[in-house]
Design a binder for this molecule. Structure first.
Ligand SMILES: Nc1ncnc2c1ncn2[C@@H]1O[C@H](COP(=O)(O)OP(=O)(O)O)[C@@H](O)[C@H]1O
Ligand SMILES: O=C(O)C1=C[C@@H](OP(=O)(O)O)[C@@H](O)[C@H](O)C1
Ligand SMILES: [Mg+2]
Length: 170
């Protein structure tokens, strides 16, 4: 079966994109981020997809992009933080190596900052992130084959641990 070397899940600010890229480089495989693939497909950045077309349209594109990538991509694949909200996506992930990068609220807030790149966090980022993380934590845990806590650790350190873990699995 064609499958990604690893699929990375976790809340915004967990470091999925940053650590995913570093792990792929350490393993010498390709990296893809479904948010980036969605932007390419839609021809516009994620905030514009949310504002022009709505969250439901974004989620539909997200579902399709993930389903296509799981069946064709062999590198390290980072998902967006809300990807696991869809039951069909959680089901599809069951056959895969899935790494949950966990992070507590304090570090997550520091990392996402006040940037405009995450439309769901554009109003009251701390309270929204707290709610999202509480709601989603059991869903990340339910799809994960591995969990790595990222608080107070550098992306390089986390990437090295994850690369070693994936190499051991052969
Ligand atoms: N372990 C870490 N320690 C400190 N900063 C981090 C860590 N992981 C990621 N970051 C920073 O936090 C921000 C969000 O990281 P990103 O990889 O986009 O997270 P995600 O894709 O999970 O939302 C980026 O500015 C990134 O450089
Ligand atoms: O948590 C979410 O619902 C989202 C997280 C984002 O990805 P990151 O987790 O990489 O920030 C992106 O997919 C979109 O803004 C929605
Ligand atoms: Mg990301």
């Amino acid at each position: 079966m064609t499958a990604p070397a690893a699929v990375i899940v976790g809340p915004p600010g967990a470091g999925k994109t940053t650590v995913g890229q570093a792990v792929a480089a350490l393993l010498g495989v390709d990296f893809a981020d479904t948010d980036h693939l969605i932007e390419q497909r839609a021809g516009k950045p994620i905030p514009e997809i949310f504002f022009d077309d709505g969250e439901d349209a974004f989620r539909a594109l997200e579902r399709e992009t993930i389903a296509a990538s799981l069946g064709s991509f062999t590198g390290v694949l980072a998902l967006g933080g809300g990807a696991i909200l869809h039951e069909g996506t959680r089901e599809a992930l069951r056959a895969h190596t899935v790494v949950f990068l966990s992070v507590e609220l304090t570090d997550a807030v520091k990392r996402v900052g006040l940037g405009a790149g995450r439309p769901l966090l554009s109003v009251n980022p701390r309270a929204t992130l707290k709610y999202l993380m509480e709601q989603r934590r059991p869903l990340y845990a339910s799809v994960a084959t591995h969990t790595i806590a990222t608080d107070a650790r550098s992306p390089d350190e986390i990437a090295a641990e994850l690369a070693a873990l994936l190499k051991d699995r052969g």
